[in-house]
Write a protein that binds this ligand. Structure first.
Ligand SMILES: [Zn+2]
Length: 421
């Protein structure tokens, strides 16, 4: 399978590109389509790398708008957890397909996902054509749980890893301990050792709320990142979601261990966590940084350009400095180029994966001014993305995502079944 794109605009210059077996094989103004290539005439369309949603719970599109404007713990206890107890694999499959359709529509090429029924997530992502790192959430009741819960956590981890192995080459497995308050110390130690043995990434929520920090200090006499390090979870394959309340000492430690922090500015604002991820201090230390939406239940959008603008604005505002979060850096974070762990390469070059976006040639917001600044400050995914290509395959053309009507209908059916729509 091969693809040729002609007439696209790369960094202000017209270029052509060919992709073979999912990678960029040729690039330059003189590249011509070959026989058997699928050809896209992209005259006047800017070409950019696709974005990576580095923290989400994709199937939660089924919960969009369910329990908005409630405090976090009440929302979880009264709305989300009772319905999640009823979720089956088909619910997760169709919720994830709906999320993937939205992500393809808005220019995302890959996601890091943590959700129940991870095999259904993997199947949905694989069939949508996107890439993903998937993990089933591991919980054992925290330090209040007993041996039975810890044994179940291990069994659950092994089962998800087995199931995810069959996900195909665009899907990779991870271990996903939910958080330090939902997983006991012995289980965290076991997860750290298991990830090291199998060279697996770990994704975990960390320091989302100030309460989490004070509870950790009260229980363990140290802050969350220090605790994670002591139990063997903090390393170069560790993805820390949120990191709102990290202090200087924790940032030093995270930098030393080479972990990545994924900031979720819109979800943090909507749930009113009251703090802002310390971007400037993290950047100074060279910490890997990613950007995520979190689930559609708590955002409620999966549009990465929207997240990118919020990230820029909240960082500038918190630092009282408009230079604190330049558009070019925000864009690099959005395409996954600020962390070795996220699979985004962030580059359009021969040999790189063909994970690309073609932007609308006649978009009003892209007409005048710098492309990257326009994307970050004025763009929306639905408004500017015309074509989404992943692994050299065209997943959307002209703003139309394949099978969207069926996906919508089936997702609505699943939400009705769960009694939430
Ligand atoms: Zn989350």
């Amino acid at each position: 399978m091969s693809l040729a794109i002609t007439g696209a605009v790369l960094d202000g210059h017209e270029t052509a590109l060919r992709a073979e077996r999912g990678r960029i094989a040729e690039l330059g103004p003189d590249v011509a389509p070959r026989e058997d290539d699928e050809v896209i005439d992209a005259s006047g369309m800017p070409i950019v790398p696709g974005m990576w949603n580095a923290h989400t719970h994709a199937a939660m599109t089924l919960f969009r708008g369910y329990g908005d404007d409630m405090p976090l713990m009440r929302w979880l206890r009264e709305k989300i957890w009772p319905v999640e107890a009823k979720l089956d694999a088909d619910d997760v499959y169709w919720g994830t397909r709906l999320a993937c359709a939205e992500m393809i529509h808005t220019g995302t090429v890959g996601l890091w996902d943590m959700y129940w029924q991870p095999a259904a997530t993997a199947r949905a992502v694989a069939e949508s054509g996107l890439r993903a790192v998937v993990g089933g959430p591991l919980i054992d009741g925290g330090d209040d749980g007993g041996e039975k819960e810890r044994a179940e956590l291990k069994e659950h981890a092994f089962r998800s890893l087995d199931e995810l192995e069959a996900g195909g080459e665009r899907i990779s497995a991870s271990l996903a301990p939910h958080s330090i308050y939902m997983v006991s110390e012995p289980s965290l130690r076991w997860i750290g050792a298991c990830a090291a043995e199998h060279q697996l990434p770990i994704q975990i929520h960390l320091s989302e709320t100030e309460d989490e920090v004070s509870q950790c200090v009260a229980a363990h006499g140290e802050r969350p990142a220090q605790y994670l390090d002591r139990v063997g979870i903090l390393g170069p394959r560790t993805m820390l979601a949120h990191g709102v309340w990290l202090d200087e000492g924790e940032l030093d430690l995270i930098a030393e261990r080479g972990a990545t922090v994924v900031t979720n500015p819109v979800a943090n604002l909507k749930l009113a966590v009251g703090g802002v991820f310390p971007y400037g201090a993290a950047r100074e230390r060279g910490i890997g940084i990613g950007l995520g939406t979190d689930g559609a239940g708590s955002n409620n959008s999966l549009d990465m350009l929207e997240q990118t603008k919020f990230l820029a604005l909240i960082q500038k505002h918190a630092a009282r400095d408009p230079a604190a979060a330049p558009a070019s850096e925000m864009w690099e974070i959005a395409i996954g180029a600020r962390s070795e762990l996220i699979k985004g390469t962030g580059r359009i070059a021969v040999g790189e994966p063909a994970d690309l976006l073609l932007l609308r040639a006649h978009s009003p917001v892209l007409s005048v001014g710098d492309l990257v600044a326009n994307l970050v400050y004025a763009g929306t995914g639905a408004g500017v993305v015309d074509t989404t290509i992943v692994d050299g395959r065209v997943l959307m053309r002209g703003g139309h995502v394949a099978d969207l009507e069926e996906i919508r209908e089936r997702a609505i059916e699943r939400a009705h079944r769960l009694g939430i729509a």
